[in-house]
Design a protein around this ligand. Structure first.
Ligand SMILES: O=C(O)C1=C[C@@H](OP(=O)(O)O)[C@@H](O)[C@H](O)C1
Ligand SMILES: C=C(OP(=O)(O)O)C(=O)O
Length: 440
């Protein structure tokens, strides 16, 4: 019998060093799709190589897009406009940034497609996106539970006589998906497409990533606040020739946090003040907690407390809706704060790789922490040295659970991360980079 893989982390005191980040997941998967839909060849540099991008690449190749591997983190995507394959069965793992945009793109094209993922993907809602597309004329059938993948996509025809209305309260990826797909229609018919957001929109900075990247591929979306988005008639994607993909700002948050609790300085390269990723706002959280942050165009340098020597960060109580991924890192920092820390408006945690409010609550308690949580919030109390217990942390096949809990090694007790390889979703080398920065 083989035992479950695990990684034992001994207590550490210091963190310093310099890291180059892997490419942004959010940008990598968007530009792979944009380059596939564009006229011309696009060279992508700095592409993330992880589970989420591998399923996107495999799907695009299955759909008939030629993608040449040119070098490390470098590909040439031969744009096709419309996918050559009129049918296909696509497996999209647990990648929201592949599943949602491809659902919309294939619904706009029409064909005979089946999309599935890992069991957890089949528990992650997609009903608001499927409803929006179906009302607009697409043909989408649920193959399992209504409102959830797997899906079959048929030969509907999108109508543009009225706006496409989409709800954005469960995931911003539904709006992103329709935005990215709309030029499939506008490039072919002399019709504009208007998308209206029905009710609340969460995770707004991810929409700005979408609009920014669409513009780089030649499609300029007109928008009225967060309510109405219009893709002009005739709008079509064209290759920008080449594109350098920024480092991943959510992945940066773990190392920036290390600088804040292990003295620092920690320099993260590949993402900085000019980034288009909302998660760079995590630097503001660190500053509010008392860390010092140096911002350069494409790097952050963080120095902070030595929490293992008893220094403390300042507690916070804030709304983390704009940075739902980096928010998990902030929740871990609460263990080293001078008072309880509350993260509010994070209901989307419930429908991500796992129910992250439940998972964070359960596993923080194993460390010895006092935690409170509700439908869309969590409060974590700081720990005194005597409170820490040696713990085995379950990671729920959630890369961010594994990466976050590595920060617990700044407590005085050993921490074991179960199934550490789940980091492969966005950051296969996470633990070797982590080890290069921390010292006893
Ligand atoms: O569009 C994107 O690239 C993402 C949007 C966010 O999801 P929600 O909009 O579902 O919060 C984020 O959590 C996810 O990791 C990536
Ligand atoms: C929520 C996440 O992923 P996805 O893109 O699959 O939604 C995440 O990476 O934290």
């Amino acid at each position: 019998m083989t035992s479950e893989p695990k990684l034992c982390l001994s207590p550490v005191r210091l963190a310093h060093g310099d890291v180059r980040l892997p490419g942004s997941k959010s940008i990598s998967n968007r530009v792979l799709l944009l380059a596939a839909l564009a006229q011309g060849v696009t060279r992508l540099d700095g592409l993330l190589d992880s589970d989420d991008t591998r399923v996107m690449l495999a799907a695009l190749r299955q759909l008939g897009v030629v993608v040449d591997d040119v070098g490390p983190a470098q590909v040439d995507v031969h744009g096709v406009g419309r996918f050559p394959a009129a049918s296909g069965e696509l497996f999209l793992g647990n990648a929201g940034t592949a599943f949602r945009p491809l659902t919309a793109a294939l619904a706009f094209m029409g064909g005979d497609y089946r999309l599935s993922g890992v069991p957890r993907m089949h528990e992650r809602p997609i009903g608001d996106l499927a409803d929006a597309l179906t009302h607009a004329g697409a043909e989408i059938e649920y193959l399992g539970n209504p409102g959830y993948p797997p899906l079959a996509i048929g030969r509907g025809r999108i109508r543009t006589d009225s706006p496409i209305r989409v709800k954005g309260s469960v995931s911003s990826q539904f709006l992103t998906a329709i935005l990215l797909a709309a030029p499939i229609h506008t490039s072919q018919y002399d019709e504009a497409i208007t998308i209206e957001v029905d009710g609340e929109l969460i995770s707004k900075p991810y929409i700005l990533i979408t609009l920014n990247l669409m513009a780089r591929f030649g499609v300029h979306v007109q928008r009225e606040g967060w309510q109405r988005f219009t893709i002009p008639a005739g709008a079509a994607y064209g290759s920008p020739g080449s594109m350098l993909i920024e480092g991943d700002a959510s992945s940066a948050s773990y190392f920036m946090a290390l600088g804040a609790i292990g003295g620092g300085p920690v320099v993260v390269r590949g993402v900085g003040s000019t980034s288009i990723q909302g998660d760079i706002a995590f630097a503001d959280t660190l500053e509010a907690m008392g860390a010092s942050v140096l911002r350069r165009a494409d790097a952050f340098e963080i120095s902070g407390m030595r929490v293992a020597d008893g220094e403390k960060l300042k507690a916070f109580d804030g709304d983390f809706n704009l940075i739902p991924d980096a928010a998990m890192t902030a929740a871990m920092l609460a263990l080293f704060a001078d008072g309880p820390c509350t993260l509010r408006n994070i209901g989307s945690w419930r429908v991500k790789e796992t129910d992250r409010i439940h998972a964070m609550h359960t596993e923080l308690v194993k460390l010895g922490a006092k935690v409170e949580s509700g439908p869309d919030w969590i409060r974590v109390y700081p720990m005194e040295p005597g409170q820490w217990r040696a713990a085995s942390i379950a990671t729920y096949d959630d890369h961010r659970m594994a990466m976050c809990f590595s920060l617990a090694s700044f407590g005085p007790a050993p921490v074991t991360i179960l199934d550490p390889d789940c980091v492969v979703k966005t950051f296969p080398d996470y633990f070797s980079v982590f080890h290069s920065l921390v010292h006893a």
